[in-house]
Design a protein around this ligand. Structure first.
Ligand code: GLA
Length: 354
């Protein structure tokens, strides 16, 4: 069923936004740090028109679900919460948002750390911008999207995902300073291409997850160390003075920022891979956001000839792994998945492209 079949009219505006895979710089964005994502080919598309009544009507093609909600209602659950949050935040900023019909379709996988929610927020906001001629730039779109995630979906996230979805493309990495929002695009290390494999363990990051707890621990660590954010510390040894587990949490963030800065200073593809491997160890041991299945998959990838490096990507607690593999060698995924299945797990390739 398309927009017209659902709503009885043609859409008057549309917008799309991609998911992203983060290559280095995990759990650094809410510490004012550095990140290095790239857009993935999978995108979320939003089509819009004006609602004939006083309610918004949101339809998800994948879920085959319609949610009708008025602006004065409570926040709906599920996919509609992100859309509703975007609309409410625009209204709070003083924009007049009439009731809309909104149709969503997406190829971004959900719950694997590739930013399906940011893609929905950014596509929604860009769709509303187009429908209503709103004077918003792409950075403002990302900032409102992040607030929708925090205030309406309960995930106290940083700004990486929304910035990547709003600004990045699939050809170059987006090096972003999340404190200043200064950014530049960089080529992937010469000789490498990206492979993303889903571990089959899906996560739920919002309210009640370890994600918000990790963020709170980082803020407490920064407070104890007397800095505004962990970004302000460059020597991981400084974290040693903190009690457990804050010491390890802070060590991850400080060392991870250093890895991003080393990578963007221009390193070989081999060194870039080593930095990814070190990032995984740090996420697993110090930050404790990995799970056994993901560790097993990363381990297989790291031992496979043609792989420069591999790590858990995204918020963690399950999800996908990103590997940097020798150009033209993504077919190694077949053997990797075979070994993974011999352990009793089931994974799948999500991105295999430069
Ligand atoms: C999620 C959040 C991001 C970021 C990553 C971890 O994707 O939305 O802001 O914190 O986790 O790097």
């Amino acid at each position: 069923m398309d927009f017209q079949q659902i709503f009885g009219t043609k859409p008057e505006a549309e917008a799309t936004a991609p998911g992203r895979v983060n290559l280095l710089g995990e759990h650094t964005d809410y510490n004012d740090g550095f990140v290095l994502p790239i857009a993935i080919p999978q995108r979320t598309k939003v089509e819009l028109g004006f609602s004939p009544d006083s309610q918004h009507h949101f339809y998800s093609q994948e879920l085959e679900e319609m949610v009708s909600v008025a602006s004065c209602d409570r926040t709906p659950q599920g996919f509609a919460s992100y859309i509703f949050g975007c609309i409410q935040l625009l209204a709070k900023q003083g924009y007049e948002i009439p009731p809309v019909n909104l149709y969503v379709t997406s190829t971004v996988p959900i719950g694997v750390g590739l930013s399906s929610s940011a893609a929905l927020e950014v596509a929604t906001l860009k769709g509303l911008r187009s429908l209503l001629n709103l004077p918003l730039d792409d950075v403002e779109v990302a900032q409102i999207g992040q607030q929708a995630e925090i205030q309406y979906a309960g995930l106290n996230c940083g700004i990486m995902d929304q910035m990547a979805s709003s600004l990045a493309d699939t050809h170059s990495m987006l090096f972003l300073d999340t404190r200043t929002l200064e950014r530049r695009t960089l080529e992937l290390p010469a000789g490498g291409e990206i492979l993303v494999i889903d571990s089959g363990v899906h996560h739920e990051l919002a309210a009640g997850s370890g994600y918000n707890q990790r963020r709170a621990q980082c803020e407490e660590a920064a407070r104890l160390l007397g800095v505004k954010a962990l970004r302000d510390i460059t020597n991981p040894q400084v974290a040693q003075s903190l009690p457990e587990p804050l010491c390890r949490r802070a060590r991850h963030v400080i060392s991870e920022n250093n890895r991003v800065l080393e990578a963007v200073a221009g390193v070989s593809v081999n060194r870039f891979g080593e930095l990814m491997n070190a990032s995984h160890a740090s996420q697993s041991d110090d930050y404790e956001v990995s799970v056994p299945e993901v560790n097993a998959l990363v381990d297989i990838l790291q031992k496979t000839p043609g792989v420069f490096g591999a790590r858990l990507t995204g918020g963690g607690f399950g999800g996908a792994c990103v590997a940097l593999v020798a150009e033209g060698k993504s077919a190694i995924a077949i053997d990797v998945l075979k070994q993974y299945s011999e352990l009793g797990y089931s994974g799948q390739v999500l991105v295999a492209a430069k």
